[in-house]
Structure formats: structure tokens, C-alpha cells
Design a protein around this ligand. Structure first.
Ligand SMILES: [Zn+2]
Length: 217
């Protein structure tokens, strides 16, 4: 009895191995499909609200902009812009600072947009607007020249607007640039909030087993 039952179980031993292997493979497949999807869904719950602190930052930029940590990065690109455009004459060389500090965030924004990384592109859009506000801050100082100068004796906007005969309009021009940058930053944060919300909504409607790998924030 014991012998025969042992044999009846042992006889299909190969089948048991095969069944066990199938179970292991099924489990591995399930983990591959559902594991990351669950992690994604938890991460996305946080990611969909990433725009909130950014909105607070943008509100501060719009209403109370002042030189801060990000402007040290802008300053490096500003000085690099002067160096790159210096060979093309005095005007372009001096304008190069502004061109440089706007070029890099713009290039990053376009790069991420081309890669389909919408959220990263929009965050770079906020950076671009912030850098433009720094330009406006500098421009507003063109007539009075109270800001400390870095990397030279020439006040870029005093020189540029002075040559154009627009020194008297420096504050109006600066306010206009700040307002435009503010509108751009607000639009970028609004688009980010919408994008994250839309991604979350569509992601929650997708079967995790079917398309967990294609979810992008
Ligand atoms: Zn400069």
C-alpha cells in the first residue's frame, strides 16, 4: 500500500518537477509584472503632487524674486556666455551673458521635450523663467548700478541700454520681462499639475499586468 502509493506519487515525479517549474515561472512573471506596477503606483501617488512645492516656489518668484541658490548656477552659465560670444564683438560679448544663462535651461527644456519627458521639460521651463527673472533683476539696475558686479567692471545692462538710449526705460523693460517670465512659469506649473494628474488618471485605468512598463510621469 505504502509502496504502491509512494510509486504512484513518485512515478509522475517528472510531472511534479515540471509543475513546480511552471509555478516558479508563473510567480516570477507575476512579480515582474505586478511588483514594479505596485511600486509605480505608490511612487506616482507622491509624484502627482510634485507640482505643489514648485507652485509655491513660482509664487515666491513672481511676487518676491530675489537672488538665491539657483542664480549661482545661472551666474556660471552667464559668465560662460560672455566667454563664448566675446569673439563676435563687444555687443554680442556683453549680451552673451544673458544669452548664456537663458540658453542652458532652454536647451535642457527642449532636450527633455524631444525625449518625451514632459515633466522634466516643464521643470526646466520654470528654471528658464527663473533665469529670465534674474536677467530682469539685473536689467532693472541698469541706471542706478547698485548690484555688485561679478567677473568684470562692465554692468551689462547699463552698457547695452545706454548704447540703445533706453537707460531711462530700464525698470519698465525689466518689469515687462519679469511679468512675461512669471506668466511662463505659472503656465509651466499648471501644465505640470495637469500632466501629472492626467498621467495618474490614465495609469490607474491601465491593467498593471498589461502595461506597467510604459507608465511615465
Ligand atoms: Zn555679465
Amino acid at each position: 500500500m505504502g509502496r504502491s502509493s509512494y510509486q504512484s506519487v513518485a512515478a509522475p515525479g517528472v510531472d511534479l518537477d515540471s509543475a513546480l517549474e511552471q509555478r516558479v515561472q508563473a510567480e516570477a512573471t507575476r512579480r515582474l509584472r505586478f511588483g514594479p506596477a505596485l511600486a509605480d503606483s505608490v511612487g506616482m501617488e507622491f509624484a502627482r503632487f510634485l507640482w505643489v512645492p514648485l507652485a509655491g516656489y513660482v509664487a515666491w518668484l513672481v511676487f518676491a524674486y530675489d537672488f538665491h541658490f539657483l542664480d549661482y548656477v545661472n551666474l556660471a552659465f552667464h559668465e560662460a556666455g560672455h566667454v563664448f560670444l566675446a569673439p563676435f564683438g563687444a555687443t554680442l560679448g556683453i549680451l552673451g551673458g544673458t544669452v548664456g544663462q537663458l540658453f542652458f535651461p532652454l536647451a535642457c527644456m527642449l532636450y527633455f521635450a524631444r525625449q518625451g519627458q514632459r515633466s522634466s521639460a516643464l521643470v526646466c521651463g520654470v528654471w528658464l523663467a527663473e533665469s529670465a527673472m534674474y536677467v530682469a533683476h539685473y536689467m532693472a539696475d541698469a541706471r542706478d548700478m547698485r548690484l555688485p558686479l561679478v567677473g568684470g567692471e562692465i554692468h551689462d545692462w547699463h552698457w547695452l541700454l545706454g548704447r540703445a538710449g533706453w537707460l531711462g526705460a530700464c525698470e519698465t523693460l525689466a518689469s515687462s520681462l519679469h511679468a512675461l517670465a512669471g506668466i511662463f512659469a505659472i503656465a509651466a506649473v499648471a501644465a505640470l499639475a495637469w500632466s501629472l494628474s492626467a498621467t495618474h488618471t490614465s495609469a490607474s485605468q491601465i491593467s498593471p499586468a498589461r502595461d506597467s512598463g510604459s507608465l511615465k510621469v
